[in-house]
Design a protein around this ligand. Structure first.
Ligand code: ATP
Ligand code: MG
Length: 442
């Protein structure tokens, strides 16, 4: 991609309304534009990151056996009257009426709709377990939308719903998502800690929030330090008993403020205790018959007796993750994307557009890197080198390939690592070999 052909409206000024780094940087890097409170356009650079995150989430859901579908954003109010949530949901729900005066709502979540879908096709235990998910925009009329897309009103969520015949099955479905989430966040270079969360009237221990530690997080959390460095499970045999893998993680103390148990926390050696702020990027929840019972989603067991399906729901804040990733990866100069979610893999800086040698070298680099699947972005604008360096650092591509006339006189170009700032000189061929070889091993 050539910069001159792309649409990347960066801002020089720090927008006054942005209180945290990720919000400021997303506006400055031309990733999003606010259209109304908590409602954003995703500009091309932002959309590329959103799609990368979405893809990782999708791949890990599929791997764990969940099945993708797509439900609409608008839902009939009648569905929510069946579960009793139409009135209970309160002001966060955006209610709409169509030209025939029928009540609709913009979905804040999809338990009702997925239950209605399931009950109209599935009757027998033979078709279970099943986990269905979609990645769809949600609307919640938050009282205080803030921090940009971190707490938006319209936001992109992956929500999955599991259906099982009994509690043992539901627990296995829950455990699958628990482990899939750890792999999902690890692939983005994030350490998300599962923390015990409120189960409300359902009770039990099957509710966890996945938290990224960050000073600007809205949640107060407490956990054992060892959890922070615990690796994701990686390759999992999804049909095996997953309880030991889950137990290894929930054995150590970790709780959000609502579930915090001072006494249990005090029992941890002082130097192992961690109280911090965090960003909730995911939430998994077993709720049994909460929707299947009132909505009559009945499954006949092997004994022929019909019982309400045992259900759970599993959310990931796909758009919130863009902000969470920036909170975890930035410096004074801008964003530092982990490779897996970077909007472009390499930024090529042409220091002197119009100079035939430099233009040729930059065009060669663009073509070679594009063919290697590295998704390069070539800054071919007629701007001062300083401005180009600043833009590249701001948008945070992991590697920069800097090509200028002085270097070419000596037969070299520069490769700069965005995270370390380290710059090395080498021939253009060597640089292209290095970048294309690094792909897949990094
Ligand atoms: P919060 O406590 O942050 O309001 P929630 O408990 O309401 O979150 P869930 O209903 O569990 O959230 O939704 C699943 C995920 O969707 C959350 O873990 C979060 O990552 C994301 N999410 C929820 N509300 C928003 C929002 N207003 N803007 C962006 N992402 C959100
Ligand atoms: Mg909420």
């Amino acid at each position: 991609m050539r910069f001159s052909n792309f649409f990347l409206p960066t801002l020089k000024e720090v927008p006054a309304e942005a209180a945290i780094a990720s919000h400021r940087l997303m506006l400055r890097a031309g990733m999003i534009r606010q259209e109304a409170a908590g409602i954003y356009s995703w500009l091309p650079l932002g959309l590329r990151v959103l799609r990368k995150i979405e893809t990782i989430v999708r791949e890990e859901q599929n791997r764990a056996g969940a099945v993708e579908m797509l439900m609409p954003t608008l839902q009939p109010a009648d569905l929510w009257r069946q579960s009793g949530r139409y009135d209970a949901y309160g002001e966060e729900m955006l209610r709409i009426s169509d030209r025939h005066k029928r009540d609709l709502l913009y979905g804040p979540t999809n338990e009702e709709m997925v239950t209605a879908i399931f009950r109209s096709y599935v009757r027998s235990y033979r078709e279970l377990p099943k986990t269905l998910y979609h990645i769809q925009w949600k609307f919640r009329d938050e009282v205080r939308p803030r921090f940009g897309i971190m707490r938006g009103r319209e936001f992109l969520m992956k929500d999955a719903y599991s259906f099982d015949v009994d509690f043992a099955g539901a627990r296995q479905s829950y455990n699958r998502m628990f482990l899939a989430y750890l792999n999902t966040f690890a692939r983005m270079g994030l350490r998300a800690v599962p923390m015990k969360a409120d189960t409300g009237p359902i009770g039990g221990d099957l509710s966890h929030e996945f938290i990224i530690l960050a000073e600007t997080g809205e949640s107060e959390v407490h956990c054992h330090r060892d959890l922070i460095d615990m690796p994701a499970p990686g390759i999992v045999d999804w049909d095996s008993d997953l309880q030991p893998l889950v137990d290894a993680r929930i054995a150590l103390y970790a709780a959000t403020e609502e579930m915090h148990d001072e006494a249990a926390f005090a029992a941890i050696p002082a130097d192992q205790r961690l109280s911090a702020r965090g960003i909730e990027v995911g939430h998994i929840f077993y709720f049994g018959e909460k929707y299947s019972k009132p909505m009559q989603c009945m499954i006949a067991g092997p004994d022929g007796v019909e019982r309400p399906a045992q259900m759970g729901s599993y959310g990931i804040g796909v758009s919130r993750l863009v902000g969470a990733l920036i909170e975890a990866n930035h410096d004074e100069a801008g964003i530092i994307w982990p490779e897996a979610v970077a909007p472009f893999g390499v930024g090529i800086v042409n220091l002197k557009p119009g100079d035939a040698r430099v233009d040729d070298a930059a065009a060669t680099a663009l073509s070679v890197l594009e063919h290697a699947g590295l998704e390069p972005l070539l800054d071919d604008r007629d701007e001062r080198p300083g401005a180009k360096f600043a833009t590249m650092d701001l948008i945070g591509l992991p590697v920069q390939l800097i090509i200028g006339p002085k270097g070419l006189d000596k037969g070299v170009v520069d490769i700069k690592d965005r995270r370390s700032g380290e710059r090395v000189e080498m021939s253009l061929d060597a640089a292209l070999n290095r970048l294309t070889a690094a792909r897949g091993t990094g």
